[in-house]
Ligand binder design. Structure first.
Ligand SMILES: Cc1ncc(COP(=O)(O)O)c(C=O)c1O
Length: 361
């Protein structure tokens, strides 16, 4: 930890030190080639090796079934908000969406620009503090897919299980992918911006099932067509090589730690420390979300008044804990505790929360 702080930012966020160091060590002269990886042709053996290894790691860690393609696409998760309906909502097709907060809202807005959208559940009246019981969710007749946001990074709520419906699920998993095993057989598409549990920003990871690819129209603009990307093993154009390389290093690290079961266990432990401190000082801290769906990746809470919140954030920063300000749209405090956050970081924050509440409560 020499010279490094505990970075609780929501993404971009803390990445495994080991991955950063490996990139640093290999950055200028990649494996004795006299060049950096990012200076090489993307058609070279070296780049292809890294590209294929990154895909292989995604497959291994998430147990991706053979009938899924793994793609790394430019434009982050936001690009997927429009690419999904552009591919799947042609010719009057409709899709069902669940509206769970800020990120679902963006996915819905883009889908509405391109096709018919039925919002089958909305948490708006409850101020996005809760989610439906997964078993109560049903898809409408003829929906092309049912979209959900597995973890609302800003609101701090997370689907603990997923609906089991007759249509393929499509999910934005930007802020909790690789934090738990997934029932991928229920999903047609899973996508995620990389900048939380995967690597640097700017790239979206997409897992897409073959029958979804078969629905992609031929007359789509080239880059927007999932099938063209899948046919080219995600090298349709010059790929974001640096991001993909970092992803391979981060996932290699995750595999070495013990993969998804390790990640899940650690996420439970880290978040339990923070929720326990909120509960211990329940007259001081207040967690605005329904506890049964409270996120293990983004823990949100309020202090009594904005002044104390500002003081909390400033004093924590002085102690080497950064990025604790809630999103500007909701205020309050938020700790993003992704895979790369060491348990010591969560312990240090819990201790700070304890001390702060005792001092000001
Ligand atoms: C749940 C969720 N979806 C989508 C996005 C947007 O990702 P990107 O900036 O990669 O487009 C974010 C960003 O942080 C997010 O948390």
């Amino acid at each position: 930890m020499v010279g490094r702080i505990y970075n609780f930012s929501a993404g971009p966020c803390t990445l495994p030190l080991e991955a950063l160091e490996r990139a640093r060590d290999q950055f200028v002269d990649y494996r004795g080639t006299g060049m950096s990886l990012i200076e090489m042709s993307h058609r070279s053996k070296m780049v292809d090796g890294v590209h294929c290894r990154a895909i292989e790691l995604v497959r291994e860690l998430l147990s991706v079934p053979d009938d899924f393609s793994v793609l790394f696409l430019g434009g982050g998760a936001t690009m997927q908000f429009s690419m999904i309906p552009a591919n799947l909502l042609r010719d009057g097709a409709s899709a069902d969406y669940t509206h769970s907060g800020s990120w679902a809202k963006k996915a819905i807005a883009d889908a509405k620009r391109l096709g018919k959208v039925n919002v089958i559940w909305s948490g708006e009246e409850a101020n996005f503090t809760t989610l439906p019981e997964p078993s109560s969710v049903t898809a409408g007749d003829g929906a092309a897919y049912l979209h959900l946001t597995s973890n609302e990074t800003i609101g701090g709520i997370q689907w603990k299980d997923f609906p089991n419906v007759d249509v393929p699920l499509v999910s934005d998993m930007s802020s909790d992918i690789f934090s738990r095993p997934l029932p991928l057989e229920r999903f047609g598409i899973v996508y995620a911006g990389a900048q939380k549990n995967i690597g640097p920003a700017g790239v979206g990871l997409v897992l897409i099932r073959r029958d979804m690819l078969e629905r992609c129209p031929d007359d789509m603009p080239l880059y927007q067509n999932y099938r063209k990307h899948a046919d080219a093993n995600s090298m349709l154009n010059t790929p974001p090589v640096f991001q993909i390389w970092m992803i391979s290093l981060v996932l290699e690290w995750l595999l070495g730690q013990g993969g998804l079961s390790w990640a899940q266990q650690m996420a439970e432990q880290r978040s339990a420390l923070l929720y326990a401190m909120i509960d211990k000082h329940s007259g001081f801290y207040r967690c605005p979300v329904n506890r049964s769906v409270a996120s293990v990746m983004n823990v949100v809470w309020r202090c009594p008044g904005e002044e104390l919140e500002a003081q909390f954030i400033a004093e924590a920063a002085e102690q080497g804990m950064n990025g604790l300000k809630g999103h500007r749209s909701v205020g309050g405090c938020r700790a993003s505790i992704y895979n790369a956050m060491p348990i010591e970081g969560a312990q240090a924050l819990a201790q700070f929360m304890d001390d702060f509440a005792q001092k000001h409560g």
